[in-house]
Design a protein around this ligand. Structure first.
Ligand code: MRU
Length: 354
């Protein structure tokens, strides 16, 4: 199997179904879902069948297109009303990754710009083209981030990553793992990738370790609480993580546990890079305190993955899905437009991110 042939999110050939690789079944089963209904698309996003900020954005773009295209009407007012209702519904599936609302807003902009000039059938086609563009752009963005990240690597480097920000989390290549794919393309075969298990949903174990091993990379899995010793022993030369939402000052939300990795990296003097498509930068918020953090059900901590429940009945559980890493712990922000270093506000401006 070729890791890059695993398509996390595409539209079916007949353009009538959203085709998602069900990531909840990995690494044991590679199964694609064919979805058409709003409730199923919402559930797939909520349940992390499709997950990773950019992949969620692409799924939402195709999702809102499909749902809108199913409405049998020539009345543009009715078409727009349905679009906005369904947009709000899809947007409610997960709160932290900004790509969900970003993609839906971009689709709505197309609606608003064309609602007085196009008939409904042409509008449907225009929305389809926009969704395709969002996916194609995401692939190009990931490759650009991968090339910039690759330039930071040396043969034989040990790379630590947290959660999964690989090809499964985007349309292709990923963000934090894209530099590894670029290294493979350049004939490098001696990089070592360390995947934090990423409690509680195990995206590192189930997805990153699977993806990297499938790609033929020297892959080592470690529990989240083992990262400190790995760093102390000199196994880690550089850290690449992904991002779900970055604020204007460079604070960012990523999978729970990311900030602990950044704090350890500072302690051990290891460069810590966050790989961020500009689609995940939210300049409307000044800092990380303005990021809404998704909280998920307690069963993910107490019983999921275990043969038997592993916590006392009734115990209180704290289960935030993301945490916020302070910008001052970040060595660099790798975007498709270039690498930003502190002060991040000025650097974003200089890169034309505004
Ligand atoms: O809850 P998830 O699995 O969607 O969380 C994903 C992450 O935290 C990723 O690191 C992030 O979305 C970046 S993906 C390129």
């Amino acid at each position: 199997m070729n890791a890059l042939s695993l398509n996390s999110v595409v539209l079916s050939e007949n353009e009538k179904e959203l085709v998602l690789l069900d990531q909840t079944l990995l690494p044991n089963e590679v199964k694609y879902l064919h979805l058409t209904q709003p409730e199923d698309i919402w559930e797939a996003i909520y349940s992390l069948r499709v997950r990773g900020a950019p992949a969620i954005g692409v799924a939402a773009a195709y999702g809102i297109y499909l749902i809108s295209a199913q409405l049998d009407t020539d009345d543009m007012a009715a078409f727009c009303a349905n679009f906005r209702k369904q947009k709000e519904y899809l947007d409610s599936a997960r709160p932290t990754a900004v790509n969900l609302s970003w993609a839906l807003n971009r689709m709505e902009k197309v609606l608003d710009e064309n609602k007085n000039v196009l008939p409904v059938p042409d509008m449907k086609n225009r929305l389809l083209q926009e969704a395709h563009a969002i996916r194609e752009e995401d692939i190009a963005i990931s490759r650009a981030i991968g090339s910039l990240g690759f330039d930071l690597l040396h043969p034989g480097d040990g790379i630590l990553t947290h959660c999964n920000a690989g090809t499964l989390a985007t349309a292709k290549y990923g963000t934090a793992l894209a530099p590894v794919y670029m290294a493979l393309e350049n004939g490098w075969s001696d990089l070592r990738v360390y995947c934090d298990e990423t409690r509680p949903l195990l995206q590192g174990a189930r997805l990153s370790a699977f993806e990297m091993q499938t790609a033929g990379v020297d892959t080592t899995l470690l529990c989240d609480n083992m990262a400190s010793l790995a760093m102390r022993r000199g196994l880690i030369d550089i850290i690449f993580v992904g991002c779900d939402r970055m604020a204007a000052n460079g604070d960012f939300a990523n999978k729970i546990g990311t900030s602990a990795v950044a704090i350890l990296a500072r302690h051990y003097g290891i460069p810590f890079y966050v790989c961020v498509p500009t689609t995940s930068i939210d300049l409307s918020i000044p800092d990380g305190d303005h990021i809404v953090i998704e909280e998920r059900k307690s069963e993910e901590v107490t019983e999921m993955w275990y043969a038997k429940r592993m916590a006392p009945e009734g115990v209180k559980v704290f289960n935030p899905a993301f945490d916020v890493t302070d910008h001052d712990l970040v060595t660099g922000v790798i975007t498709e437009k270039g690498i930003a270093c502190a002060p991040f506000g000025d650097a974003f401006h200089a890169l034309g991110i505004c």
